[in-house]
Design a protein around this ligand. Structure first.
Ligand code: XIL
Length: 457
């Protein structure tokens, strides 16, 4: 999206050198150690971001850490409804643009946050209801997404729309009272305004398998089955002193629906376990190939919205805390490469996931994981190289009659029904010996039952 600054070029050159050294001694294993959060995450195609505030960009300690460590930014408040449309139809993007330009200057991804939310609405919107509010909300989505068109990596289109507690249902709000379809209307408007942005649903207390996260899961599955545009789910992860034991399993079940998962607002109460909880969250994201990245909700403890809890990676003077080191180590330990966000600025390192089969030298094999529901499915396919590297691959899948491909990611398909060939895209055609690549598709009807075949070259 932007031309890297000179400082960043030096960083990339040294990362490239480290990869060459590793290759010359034929080390295939964890990603090579990097010394900053962003560079380390980038080695597996992920980002490591921070929520930032426009009012702090003049603080040299703050921007020093920001420029050094992070390759994604989220506006902490500057793109919310009250900030961007303070009176109806009058849009102000000054502070949002400051965040955007800071991100562009860093060569970072920019997460947009948040188009619709029951909090931080301008007072004029709080006073509306019914079709007047619905129309105003959809216009807001359209205008803001259009202003930032082509510049946002992922938008939190809807924030915190599910109720806490055991109902698994929607939260009551003025937006919810305009009709249960307000969320899908917002996603469709966002897609129409900025087709390149990934569109996320974002929430809190959805960090383990529970009634609330299952409510979100059912909505995402329904959206996927009906073709409502949704690309990602954000897990805020404002954590206390522990992490749900099924945190990774929860991320994985969403990933298996064919959406990217992202940790969007991570902060962890200070206490004996802070570094361990941070490490566990990072390891979980690294273990889920469709986990695109992690954002912490602030830089220094003194920047946090959780006043007095010291929940961040840097102390109030800007020094690295133990939690910082535990996160960096977990990133450097590597994991399967993220298939949807190929690293474009740092050479890819060999994936560390074990092959699922042992194809002969020069050949490839494919295995399929299906997630089906009544009337549709998502298929995730892993392509594994044998004892020699593969340069280009084609996976052939036989679809049962009545089944049709509706959406493919990380590959291109030759047809939508019958015998369908999936060809690699530019960034995942080359697979190192013993390594793997992943792609997927969504279909209607029943999913394939036969094992796919793979041909290399
Ligand atoms: C918080 C900001 O950090 C504060 O500065 C602001 O006063 C309130 O909002 N979930 C979200 C974020 O999605 O937007 C919230 O950010 C924190 C909870």
């Amino acid at each position: 999206m932007s031309i890297p600054k000179p400082g960043r070029v030096v960083l990339l050159a040294s990362a490239a050198a480290a990869v060459v050294v590793a290759a010359s001694v034929a080390v295939i294993g964890p990603a090579d150690a990097a010394s900053t959060l962003g560079a380390s995450a980038a080695q597996t195609g992920r980002y490591f971001g921070a929520a930032i505030a426009a009012g702090k960009l003049g603080d040299g300690t703050y921007t020093g850490i920001l420029n050094r460590e992070f390759n994604s930014v989220t506006p902490e408040n500057e793109m919310k409804w009250d900030a961007t449309e303070p009176s109806q139809g009058r849009f102000t993007f000054t502070n949002g643009d400051r965040i955007l330009n800071q991100g562009i200057s860093m060569g970072a991804k920019i997460r947009g946050h948040a188009l619709l939310w029951h909090q931080q609405q301008p007072s004029w919107a709080q006073g509306l209801s019914g079709s007047a509010l619905r129309n105003a909300a959809i216009n807001h989505v359209t205008q803001v997404a259009t202003h930032y068109k082509g510049k946002i990596y992922a938008w939190d289109v809807v924030n915190e729309a599910f109720a806490d507690g055991g109902s698994g249902g929607r939260r009551d709000s003025n937006l919810q009272r305009t009709g249960n379809d307000w969320i899908e209307a917002a996603f469709r408007a966002a897609r129409a305004a900025d087709p390149a942005a990934k569109l996320c649903y974002n929430d809190y207390n959805t960090d383990g398998v529970n009634a609330k996260s299952t409510g979100v899961y059912n909505m995402v599955r329904d959206f996927k089955s009906r073709g409502v545009p949704i690309d990602c789910v954000g897990f805020q992860s404002h954590l206390g002193t522990s992490i749900p034991g099924d945190y990774q399993a929860n991320l994985q079940r969403f990933a298996d629906l064919g959406v990217e998962v992202q940790i969007t607002e991570l902060d962890v109460a200070q206490g004996g376990n802070q570094a361990n909880v941070y490490a566990a969250v990072t390891r979980a994201c690294m273990a889920v190939s469709r986990c695109g990245g992690i954002t912490v909700w602030g830089i220094r403890d003194s920047d946090s919205w959780r006043t007095g809890e010291n929940p961040l990676l840097f102390d109030s003077s800007g020094n690295k805390k133990a939690a910082y080191t535990s996160v960096l180590n977990a990133l450097n330990a590597g994991g399967p490469t993220n298939p949807t966000t190929p690293p474009t600025t740092v050479p890819t390192t060999p994936p560390t996931t074990s092959p699922t089969s042992n194809p002969p030298s020069g050949a490839c094999a494919a295995s399929i994981t299906l997630n089906s529901w009544n009337g549709g499915y998502v298929a995730n396919i892993r392509v594994t190289a044998g004892s020699a590297a593969v340069n280009g691959w084609t996976v052939t899948v036989a679809l049962p009659s009545g089944s049709a491909v509706t959406n493919t990611w990380s590959a291109t398909n030759s047809a939508t029904t019958g015998t369908v060939s999936f060809r690699n895209v530019s960034y995942n055609g080359q697979i190192p010996a013993g390594g793997n690549a992943e792609f997927g598709f969504q279909g209607t009807g029943a999913g394939p039952t036969a094992t796919p075949t793979c041909s290399a070259g």
